[in-house]
Design a protein around this ligand. Structure first.
Ligand code: NAD
Ligand code: DAU
Length: 355
């Protein structure tokens, strides 16, 4: 079996669901269920003996050690993190605790477990760390996309904390020989994406008749990848990745934020039009920019394509249509995640952004 951390969040839950669509190998899912963790994402697995959910913190070495000793997984896939840049700007401490200190304790527990394995178990073991393109900083318009050797230049407390965790993972390989793999992926979108992030926030606000808050001039560029393509990339790296290596994952889909919002509006106009017949574009509101906002991310995904034969299955056009449909068909999920905590966050983040 494998141990997945953060498997009740957006990407982690998609990964666990996809895993069982391909394999019967059991998954222990360790997640401490922060505001971003949601067992409803895993409702399809209720009663499935292949899925063992444990509520706990990656920073709690005794919990992790106990799980490793009891279940003896052949791999750990680490998704657990604080993941939202705006939240890291309002309050960095949780990011330092989970992304840096938590990853450190997780690595220590895994190192102790791995050191005690013998022969084939030891050489076959893998620790896969899921990271982000944001560790590389921001690109100018004409600069080449991020390769795996691009310098680290994180700009937000979130990306700095992820960069620190990447360095720890690298050091555990270099110093102790821990068999690690790291993936640095671009922006994901798809089902179960928490509506604090751009695409689900726009869908949810549009349908609720609320403003669609575009930061600054909306010309910041992100490189979008459908979440299930990220999951297939992680499976490829886990299976075939070279030890100690880093693989950048991206969809060759650079888009400006405003274009993303226009696309979402056009799909909603087609699939669930406004009662007054006007376009959802009418709800777009330019608001104060994110402090330190990175201008452009772009991933050079040639290494994973060349070495592992991975390619995304979705284009942006097919993926975004599936995503908008999913939100339209899963309004109960949306209303359940919009708890008091969610409303407090929206108030905190957007009230002070003047139109
Ligand atoms: P998310 O915020 O949706 O989910 C994070 C999950 O981790 C939640 O279920 C949460 O409860 C859990 N968690 C948080 N702290 C924990 C702790 N201390 N112990 C155990 N569980 C904890 O995040 P996501 O968007 O699914 O991102 C998953 C990973 O992928 C993160 O490491 C993130 O940095 C990385 N990543 C995300 C994107 C993206 O576009 N979302 C892109 C590239 C990389
Ligand atoms: O690049 C990978 C990263 O992508 C991941 O590591 C992060 O975990 C993930 O959250 C994401 O970070 P971003 O900051 O790029 O995602 P977010 O959805 O928050 O914002 C996307 C862009 O949209 C960004 O330029 C800010 C802008 N934005 C965002 C929100 C929430 C807006 O214009 N308005 C908004 O209300």
């Amino acid at each position: 079996m494998i141990l997945v951390t953060g498997g009740a969040g957006f990407i982690g839950s998609n990964f666990v669901l996809d895993w069982f669509a391909q394999s019967d190998e059991a998954v222990i899912n360790l997640d401490n269920l922060t505001y971003a963790g949601n067992l409803e994402n895993l409702a399809a697995l209720k009663g499935d003996p292949r899925h063992i959910f444990v509520q706990g913190d990656i920073g709690d070495a005794s919990v992790v050690a106990k799980l490793l000793a009891e279940y003896r997984p052949r791999a750990v896939v680490n998704f657990a993190a604080e993941s939202h840049v705006d939240r890291s700007i309002h309050g960095p401490e949780d990011f330092i605790q989970t992304n840096i200190v938590g990853t450190f304790h997780l690595l220590e527990a895994v190192r102790a477990y791995w050191s005690g394995l013998v022969d084939a178990e030891k050489s076959g073991f893998r620790f896969l760390h899921v990271s982000t393109d944001e560790v590389y900083g921001s690109l100018a318009k004409d600069e080449p996309a991020f390769s795996e050797t691009h310098r680290y230049e994180p700009n937000s407390p979130y990306s700095a904390s992820k960069a620190a965790s990447d360095h720890l993972v690298r050091a555990y390989h270099h110093t102790y020989g821990l068999p690690v793999l790291t993936t640095n992926c671009s922006n994901n979108y798809g089902p179960y994406h928490f509506p604090e992030k751009l695409i689900p926030l726009m869908i949810v606000n549009a349908l609720a008749g609320k403003p669609l808050p575009v930061y600054g001039d909306g010309q910041q560029i992100r490189d979008w990848l459908y979440v299930k393509d990220h999951c297939s990339a992680i499976r490829s790296v886990l299976e075939k990745g070279r030890l100690g290596e880093v693989y950048n994952v991206g969809g060759w889909n650079e888009k400006a934020n405003l274009d993303i919002v226009h696309t979402v509006c056009a799909l909603l106009d087609e699939l669930s039009s406004r009662v007054d017949g006007k376009s959802y574009r009418e709800q777009i509101a330019f608001v104060t920019d994110r402090p330190g906002h990175d201008r452009r991310y772009a991933i050079d995904a040639r290494k994973i394509e060349r070495e592992l034969g991975w390619k995304p299955a979705e284009t942006f056009e097919t993926g975004i249509r599936k995503t908008v449909r999913w939100y339209l068909e899963n309004q109960d999920w949306v209303s359940h995640v919009q708890s008091g905590d969610y409303r407090n966050w929206v108030e905190k983040n957007y009230a002070e952004r003047a139109r």
